[in-house]
Structure formats: structure tokens, C-alpha cells
Design a protein around this ligand. Structure first.
Ligand SMILES: [Cu+2]
Length: 120
């Protein structure tokens, strides 16, 4: 009985395709960075501003200038949090505010890091 020839996902061609896909996504993220409507810096385990007003659909870029990891959560008026994940030193993350309302941005690692963003 012959065994069907199933492609090995770890063969060289598939690994190469994986890295091409990762590179492409990284390029898209880099392109999105240019479209950010506002930038908030993380310096000394503080946000560079305590409040920001943006328009619905705007992208806010958060830049970690610290030498520690942050973990931003965007919390809406109902207390629903969007966890942006672990953010290493020297990296940026972006969040698109697609709904209007008042949002709180906090760091899950550093409780003192807190700011508000009004989306209109
Ligand atoms: Cu933090």
C-alpha cells in the first residue's frame, strides 16, 4: 500500500515561503507606521501625554523608548480591554480607533502608566 506523498512543512521551500510571508507582513506594518495619525512615546515608564483626541479611524502609534518591555491595553467605556501584547524596548505598536468614545490606555506591567484617548 502506498503512502500519499504529503509535503513536509519543514522542507526548505516551505520554510523559505514562511519567511517571505513574515517579511511581507513586516513591510506592511512598516507602511502602516507611516500612516499613524498620532504618536505617543513611552519614556521612563510613563506615556508622553496623559490625554489625546483623535478622529474615528485614526491610528495611534505607541513607541517604547524604555529599556523595559511594556504591554499596552486599550480599554473602552464598557471596560472591554484589547491587549496589544508584549512590546519590547525599541519597538512600536499601533492601534486603530475604529469606534468613537473615551478610551483608557494602560500598561499591564506598569500600573502607573495610564492615559486617556477621546475618539470623535
Ligand atoms: Cu509598561
Amino acid at each position: 500500500m502506498s503512502v500519499p506523498d504529503i509535503a513536509n512543512p519543514w522542507d526548505a521551500a516551505n520554510v523559505r515561503n514562511y519567511w517571505i510571508a513574515v517579511s511581507f507582513v513586516t513591510m506592511l506594518a512598516g507602511g502602516a507606521a507611516l500612516a499613524a495619525s498620532a504618536e505617543v512615546d513611552q519614556v521612563g515608564q510613563r506615556f508622553s501625554r496623559t490625554h489625546l483626541s483623535v478622529a474615528k479611524g485614526d491610528v495611534v502609534q505607541f513607541v517604547n523608548h524604555d529599556d523595559v518591555t511594556h504591554n499596552i491595553n486599550v480599554i473602552d467605556e464598557h471596560g472591554t480591554a484589547t491587549d496589544k501584547g508584549s512590546q519590547k524596548p525599541g519597538t512600536s505598536i499601533e492601534h486603530m480607533f475604529g469606534k468613537d468614545g473615551n478610551f483608557t490606555v494602560r500598561c499591564a506591567i506598569h500600573p502607573k502608566m495610564k492615559m486617556t484617548i477621546a475618539v470623535k
